[in-house]
Design a binder for this molecule. Structure first.
Ligand SMILES: Cc1cc2nc3c(=O)[nH]c(=O)nc-3n(C[C@H](O)[C@H](O)[C@H](O)COP(=O)(O)O)c2cc1C
Length: 180
């Protein structure tokens, strides 16, 4: 079975709701999903995963401190190349209409996954929810700067679900190829 690890840094719960939707989508593609807070991830979680999906609230134009700390803790695995060849993907939750660094945060998450030699899964525009919450780097929830419904909205969650399914399907396809 495809194993997907979802790691989330969420101070007020919005990114966590995106993580849960993404996990639901991956499970719909028959993946075995483990969801962990960034502070609780052990090396075994990372090593046993076929795909690692990281998500963070956007803070001060970038990723949240607990996600940065988690990524820094993976450096011993980087030294040994232990995560190379796994699939990786990202998602975020932001304020400021998504224009306060959400895309930069996504790129920053992808950069660390790439540093590990992981295969990056982008978000195709055909996926459900892409028009409302899609970015080619991954799904992003956001809140309108002048009020309105705080994210994640139903559309944002649909985008996260669709991306989770997509990541799980890509991982399964990759593993099947590796077997043959
Ligand atoms: C300390 C702090 C800094 C923030 N900085 C930004 C920012 O620079 N850009 C942005 O778009 N949103 C920013 N936000 C809003 C959060 O990204 C947004 O509320 C997000 O959904 C929070 O996710 P969480 O509920 O998972 O913690 C900030 C929130 C806090 C508390």
């Amino acid at each position: 079975m495809t194993r997907v690890l979802v790691v989330v840094a969420s101070q007020t719960g919005r990114t966590r709701r995106m993580a849960e939707a993404l996990a639901e989508g991956a499970r719909a593609a028959r993946a075995d999903v483990v969801l962990r807070d960034a502070g609780d991830v052990g090396d075994d979680d990372l090593l046993s995963a076929d795909a690692v999906v990281v998500g963070s609230g956007v803070h001060m134009g970038g990723i949240e401190a607990s996600m940065r700390a988690f990524l820094a803790r993976t450096s011993p695995l980087w030294l040994q190349g232990r995560l190379a060849g796994k699939l990786g993907a990202a998602f975020v939750s932001a304020g400021a209409g998504g224009r306060g660094g959400a895309e930069l945060a996504l790129v920053s998450l992808h950069a660390t996954l790439a540093e590990h030699g992981m295969l990056l899964v982008s978000m195709p525009s055909r996926l459900e929810g892409f028009a409302e919450a899609g970015c080619h780097w991954g799904p992003m929830a956001w809140t309108h700067p002048r009020g309105g419904t705080p994210g994640p909205t139903a559309e944002h969650l649909a985008a996260a679900r669709a991306h989770g399914r997509h990541v799980a399907e890509c991982t399964a396809r990759w593993l099947r190829g590796a077997d043959t």
